[in-house]
Design a binder for this molecule. Sequence first.
Ligand SMILES: Nc1ncnc2c1ncn2[C@@H]1O[C@H](COP(=O)(O)OP(=O)(O)OP(=O)(O)O)[C@@H](O)[C@H]1O
Ligand SMILES: [Mg+2]
Length: 231
Amino acid sequence: MLEIGNLNAGYGDMPVLKEISISIGAGQIISVVGSNGAGKTTLLKAISGIIRSKGAIAFNHEVISNLQPHAIVRRGIVHVPEGRKIFPEMSVDENLMMGAFLHQKDYRRNLEKVFALFPKLAERRKQLGGTMSGGEQQMLAIGRGLMGNPKLLLLDEPSLGLSPLFTDVVFGAISEIRNSGVTVLLVEQNVYQSLRISTRGYVMETGRIVLSGTGVELLDNPAVKTAFLGM
Ligand SMILES: Nc1ncnc2c1ncn2[C@@H]1O[C@H](COP(=O)(O)OP(=O)(O)OP(=O)(O)O)[C@@H](O)[C@H]1O
Ligand SMILES: [Mg+2]
């Protein structure tokens, strides 16, 4: 569904991503894990057209490299950014409405799906986004993404800063989202939980993919165990 080949990208003269190749099949959860500054967020920005890149990005066999962000969203790639970035002065309902911008027709159906996935949002429809807890804001950010009818959902560190309880809720929701037919590219520092639910994973280090395999293979890999699992 998404094929990335020899992708290079950076900021100004500074290269960050170096010859990244990643393949994502429909209906999969693929995770990219790595430490701070590895380039995970930069990868998602390149896919969603926020920064320019060299190399190939193809979505359902169409080259989408360097299209404008709105053109990429229209094709069904929705990016839930790092740090949630919900609208703090808007209510839960209004935040979800913003996500539905391109898909007014499916508004009711998608709203029901989001509320089924996160019942807490249904209880808090009138609450301002900015007054919600970190975990609730993450649910809202994912919910807003789902209102945009994604075929491929890009999730940037959804569990960052969350309690163990909320982390479990978020990872459970990601599995449910995949089960509902949405493909997921997950970027995370919670290596254990991510690989556990992933079809395949990629380990990124200073802008390069240094290791890849099925989730199970990577969880069993000695280098992954030492670097990320404290074993
Ligand atoms: N807007 C920017 N301008 C210049 N350099 C940037 C910019 N954003 C990120 N970088 C640099 O690019 C590199 C990769 O950053 P990136 O945010 O992609 O890492 P990351 O893997 O997402 O890290 P984290 O886990 O901390 O979120 C870092 O060295 C960072 O300082
Ligand atoms: Mg990041």
